[in-house]
Ligand binder design. Structure first.
Ligand SMILES: Cc1ncc(COP(=O)(O)O)c(C=O)c1O
Length: 392
């Protein structure tokens, strides 16, 4: 049986979530905007899902905007306020970190090019966390009357580190800036509470927490200035046009309910297996380091760097052994690209090609972890030898 250790990339749809979704494909298939009984049924399902998501996140139902996933939620969170500020001719300052997902970092760069926004990057420590004082410094001397918008990741997809978002959001608000967090990796493992985090906006993606792909949420705080990016009908209170993906929306709520109901048991299981995996790898593989924070991290997330290795080769060898894993960097065989994130954490060039992410799921077993511990040390040794030969 293949071993799937790439749950940070995506998770399987939970069977109970699928069951909840199924009638909305072929039975209750009405358009939620239609006035007839089919439409009213779909609309009720959407609003039930919205109420449930709002309750779980402790926000108001009208602050829940259903989207097509994390990428869209991140785009809307930056573009909505920036485009609104642009219509008023106000200067736009965006503040992010160097370890953000591309859905944030590339959107921010696009807004620099298209709207003339100014981009400030706050440094991170070796674990990928922004210090409140560094954020304070980045918020110094903001242009008068402008929009300042901070976006910092809640838990990092590549290295699993969890940031103290409540402290960072408080700093942003001291300076009159809006605060968004990409909590896409957190939704399945942390009981996110919007007021406790103190954020104005928060992104989630359903397929990261055993829900459907192509569905997600942007929590958009009441009063956040926002200009929609999609013109069309008035869905989602005019903030995101387009016929509702009713099965996806119903599945989003069902998945969030499922992960919340089982969170303690799941997290205890994940943490135990992760610790076994991490200590086994660090004991058995020379010149290996855990990346990200050792304890303040996602429960099922184990990420490493191996000196003198090209992770694409490592991933191919693992795949041949039936183990599905990933690296954070977008590299191709024969054309390796160092991970920018690992570089931002202070790793030198002999490390930045060799990232490995093993992300565990609720159904990962101890036997699967033991199989990885059996085969990984030998694979690393072989790949290191091949790498040395290719350099000679
Ligand atoms: C931190 C983070 N943000 C955003 C996304 C994008 O989410 P989606 O796949 O739903 O577009 C991902 C997915 O990998 C992610 O890990």
């Amino acid at each position: 049986m293949p071993i799937y250790l790439d749950h940070s990339a995506t998770t399987p749809l939970d069977p109970t979530v699928l069951e909840t979704m199924l009638p909305f494909f072929s039975q209750h298939y009405g358009n939620s905007k239609a006035v007839h009984a089919f439409g009213r049924e779909a609309d009720r399902a959407v609003e039930r899902a919205r109420a449930s998501v709002a309750t779980l996140l402790n926000c108001a139902p009208n602050e829940v905007v259903f989207t097509s996933g994390g990428t869209e939620s991140d785009n809307l969170a930056l573009r909505g306020p920036a485009q609104f500020a642009r219509t008023e001719g106000r200067p736009i300052t965006l503040i992010t970190g160097p370890v953000e997902h591309h859905a944030i970092s590339l959107t921010a760069r696009h807004l620099v090019e298209t709207l003339g926004a100014t981009l400030r990057i706050v440094p991170v420590d070796h674990f990928g966390r922004v210090a409140p004082d560094d954020l304070r410094a980045a918020l110094d001397n903001l242009p008068a009357g402008g929009l300042a918008l901070v976006s910092l990741i809640h838990t990092n997809n590549e290295i699993g580190t969890r940031s103290d978002i409540a402290a960072l959001a408080a700093v942003a608000h001291e300076h009159g800036a809006l605060f968004h967090t990409d909590a896409v990796q957190s939704g399945g493992y942390l009981a996110l509470d919007v007021p406790a985090l103190g954020v104005d906006m928060l992104s989630l993606s359903s397929h990261k927490f055993y829900g459907p792909k192509g569905a997600g949420v942007l929590v958009l705080g009441d009063g956040v200035p926002f200009l929609t990016s999609t013109s069309g009908a008035s869905h989602e209170d005019g903030r995101r046009a387009g016929t509702h993906n009713v099965p996806g929306i119903v599945g989003t709520a069902a998945a969030l309910e499922y992960v919340r109901a089982n969170m303690d048991v799941h997290n205890a299981h994940l943490t135990r297996l992760r610790e076994r995996l991490v200590s086994g790898i660090l004991e058995q593989v020379p010149d290996a380091e855990l990346t990200g924070h050792p304890t303040d991290r996602l429960p099922g997330h184990a990420s490493f760097v191996f000196q003198g290795i090209e992770s694409t080769m490592l991933l191919m060898h693992l795949d041949q052994h039936g183990i599905a894993a990933s690296s954070g960097s977008a590299c191709k065989v024969g054309n390796p690209k160092p991970s920018a994130l690992l570089g931002a954490l202070g790793y030198g060039p002999e490390w930045t090609l060799g990232g490995l992410r093993l992300s565990l799921g609720f159904h990962t077993t101890e036997d699967e972890i033991d199989t990885v511990l059996d085969v990984l040390p030998g694979i690393v040794e072989r790949v290191r030898k091949l790498h040395a030969v290719s350099l000679s």
